[in-house]
Design a protein around this ligand. Structure first.
Ligand code: ADP
Length: 306
């Protein structure tokens, strides 16, 4: 196959691992900076150009689109899709999962375990909002935050009111969530490919920290997950429409609850913690998808002829 990897930085661990895995399996790979791709929206022949040259003949595209370039990245990926290139994850699924509010609404509709969560922009009655999610202690999050930034634990009702007021003053959308104290500052990252969790790790926040983010000094270790956690992770990825996803779960008293579904999960932490070659599994998955699609289209042609 000829594979494009959309990544802003070819030196990133995940990008490099995918390049090596694809090459080892005999594919041709090219890393493209998504912001440098430009396109024309023509009825018959949609095109993508890069550094003055048309991008042609790609069979598959692996999007590694950072949160800050979601809008343009999704447009470039959509253009690849219009040109008939197979995406590892579809643009619509990526956009869906990047919207925290929309994601939680979709997951709740499917009956997937979630922490009790409220959303607000400018609530007139903050006390009621706090009551809605069961009172303090609670977690308040900026809708646009990543890597644990903008995630605050308010231990008392008073603290919760002050933090909500402060965020409201900044005119940002916030999410107010039941605090899962029993998770003990740990979460589970489940790497889903297709309909399987192929690797899982536990991330534990450093001493005294309720956030488990590795960027905040958390540490990762191998963990065996339960069948319920496994099926929750797979269902969460499928609800988003993602073929490959990093699903973050907390172990709560009422079963596994989904924190987030990530469409470009980093490979470094999970490959190191589990010793698994996840990049290779991703490329194998793409190969399988491509041969399934090829089988389907030749099947259609045969039927058409008959
Ligand atoms: P980000 O997307 O910025 O990483 P998260 O919502 O994933 O933000 O929160 C960061 C971390 O904080 C989580 O991985 C988890 O360890 C902890 N955390 C977040 N929400 C809760 C909660 N409701 N209860 C307990 N811990 C939480």
């Amino acid at each position: 196959m000829k594979i494009a990897i959309l990544s802003r930085n070819p030196k990133l661990y995940s990008t490099q691992r995918l390049v090596v895995a694809a090459q080892q399996r005999g594919h041709e790979v090219r890393v493209l900076d998504v912001l440098r791709c430009y396109m024309n929206i023509a009825t018959h022949k949609p095109q993508l150009h890069y550094k003055g040259v048309a991008l042609e003949d790609f069979d598959a595209v692996i999007p590694r689109i950072g949160a800050s370039v979601t809008f343009y990245g999704a447009a470039v990926l959509r253009q690849f899709e219009m040109m008939g290139v197979l995406p590892l994850n579809e643009s619509v699924a990526i956009t869906r999962s990047r919207d925290k509010l929309r994601s939680l609404q979709l997951l709740s509709r499917k009956g997937i375990g979630l922490p009790l969560t409220g959303f607000a922009h400018k609530p007139d009655d903050i006390k009621d909002l706090i009551r809605m999610v069961g009172g303090a202690p609670l977690v308040i999050k900026l809708l646009e935050g990543t890597q644990g930034i903008g995630v605050v634990l308010a231990e008392t009702h008073q603290a919760a009111e002050s933090v909500i007021e402060a965020f409201m003053g900044l005119r940002v959308n916030i999410l107010v969530q039941e605090f899962i104290a029993e998770a003990g500052g740990a979460d589970l990252r489940c790497l889903v490919i297709g309909d399987k969790v192929i690797a899982a790790m536990k991330r534990q926040g450093k001493e005294g920290e309720f956030r488990s983010n590795l960027h905040r000094g958390g540490s990762a270790s191998l963990i065996k997950i339960t069948p319920e956690e496994r099926s929750t992770a797979v269902r969460a990825a499928q609800t988003m429409g993602l073929n490959v996803a990093g699903v973050d779960l907390l172990r709560s008293n009422h079963g596994p609850v989904v924190m987030e579904v990530n469409s470009s999960p980093g490979l470094e932490g999970i490959e190191t913690a589990t010793g698994k070659d996840i990049a290779d599994t991703i490329i194998q998955f793409l190969e399988k998808r491509q041969s399934e699609l090829a089988g389907k289209s030749s099947g259609t042609r045969t039927r058409g002829k008959g």
